[in-house]
Write a protein that binds this ligand. Structure first.
Ligand SMILES: [Zn+2]
Length: 152
């Protein structure tokens, strides 16, 4: 029976399996990684039971490996996810999300008067406190918490 459960999402030969996604964040992860633009097979599974998370999402992406920059974007929605790098059906590496020093064009500034909300331009945030997840807008200096951001 265990075996059958584990195979709910089919194994992939080469690519990336993104695991331990909080279920309500799964579709934000697909957006942040631009999975809607990929032309390789993508399998999204959601609301699986997880001992650690309650309910979790798993995304399997064939023939695709993500850059450190792409992975770091996930820190704003799902800092505890794990990316399993698959080669020849085996997990050859596990990558965790590292909070970057800077976030460009990923989250919105929550200050309505900020220039980034009034001009067609990219937002830039400096991560001023990685432990508590505090971001500071490069343009207006307004601080906001990583867990409460709105994505661009
Ligand atoms: Zn701002």
């Amino acid at each position: 029976m265990e075996n059958k459960k584990e195979r709910l999402v089919a194994a992939i030969e080469n690519g990336t399996v993104i695991d331990h996604i909080p279920a309500e964040k799964t579709y934000q992860v697909t957006a942040l990684l631009g999975l809607d633009r990929l032309t390789t097979p993508v399998t999204i599974g959601n609301y699986y039971l997880s001992k650690k998370l309650g309910k979790k999402g798993i995304i399997k992406v064939s023939d695709k490996y993500f850059t450190t920059e792409e992975i770091s974007r996930l820190s704003v929605v799902a800092p505890k996810i794990v990316l399993n790098i698959i080669k020849g059906y085996e997990v050859v590496e596990k990558k965790t999300v590292e909070t970057p020093d800077e976030l460009r064009g990923i989250v919105k500034c929550n200050n309505p008067k900020c220039i980034t909300n009034n001009e067609p331009m990219q937002t830039v945030f400096n991560v001023v406190d990685k432990v508590n997840g505090i971001l500071k807008c490069h343009y207006c200096d307004k601080e906001q918490e990583m867990g409460k951001v709105e994505l661009c």
